[in-house]
Design a protein around this ligand. Structure first.
Ligand code: B4P
Length: 188
């Protein structure tokens, strides 16, 4: 399966991505994790990404696409992958479509969560970019840059939307039910 997990910051993309990948034996590609690893390693790419991440802005498409391409070219990704936090804007989505060609994305799961719960979860986590003012900017960036991807994938008939409020187990059950339908459709 070739999947995309879409949703606002703090919707639980990373949390659910780990469970989905373990259950379906998919490569987990999180651009947030790849970028944080580059920052921690102090690479040139990491230094360029750091200021945008600290401010809650998107890192440049050039950097993100280089990271994604490098990972998707590895042989294990040919068996299936889940993209977590990527694409984040229309330019990234179009670049992904062009790269994948006729082995394109099969299902996009959009996680819905209200701002109040997002703020509560992220303030409780307390990562460096989880301060109220930065979270507000991340939400703004999400609305402007990422939310249009809901219509983009709806237009391609690839979107399934789920409620991300509830326990981690409840949310996972909702995702599993979408993926069961997807597998049944593929086998039919
Ligand atoms: P990401 O790392 O993608 O982070 P995120 O959107 O904040 O989090 P996620 O939705 O994965 O939430 P999580 O499971 O951790 O992005 C960080 C930054 O990297 C961006 O701001 C940007 O600068 C940069 N970036 C990343 N990708 C990019 C791209 N493609 N292009 C450009 N820039 C990019 O969950 C959050 C918290 O909620 C956790 O503490 C978790 O334990 C908790 N939680 C999860 N599920 C829960 C539940 N059901 N109930 C209660 N709590 C829950």
């Amino acid at each position: 399966m070739r999947l995309v997990l879409l949703g606002p910051p703090g919707a639980g993309k990373g949390t659910q991505a780990e469970r989905i990948c373990a259950s379906h034996e998919l490569v987990h590609l999180s651009t947030g994790d790849l970028l944080r690893a580059a920052v921690a390693a102090g690479s040139e790419l990491g230094l360029r990404a750091k200021a945008a991440m600290d401010a809650g802005d998107l890192v440049s498409d050039e950097i993100v696409l280089a990271l994604v391409r490098e990972r998707l070219e590895q042989p294990d990704a040919a068996k299936g992958f889940l993209l977590d936090g990527f694409p984040r804007n229309t330019a990234q989505a179009e670049a992904l479509d062009a790269d994948l060609g006729d082995r394109g994305v099969q299902r996009v799961i959009s996680m819905r969560l209200d701002d109040e719960e997002i703020m509560r979860r992220l303030l409780a986590r307390g990562r460096k970019d989880d301060q109220e003012i930065v979270i507000r900017n991340r939400l703004e960036v999400y609305r402007e840059e990422t939310a249009p991807l809901i219509a983009y994938y709806e237009g391609k008939d690839l979107l399934s939307s789920i409620d991300a409020l509830g326990t981690m187990d409840e949310v996972f059950e909702r995702i599993q039910s979408v993926l069961a339908d997807e597998s049944a459709g593929a086998g039919a």
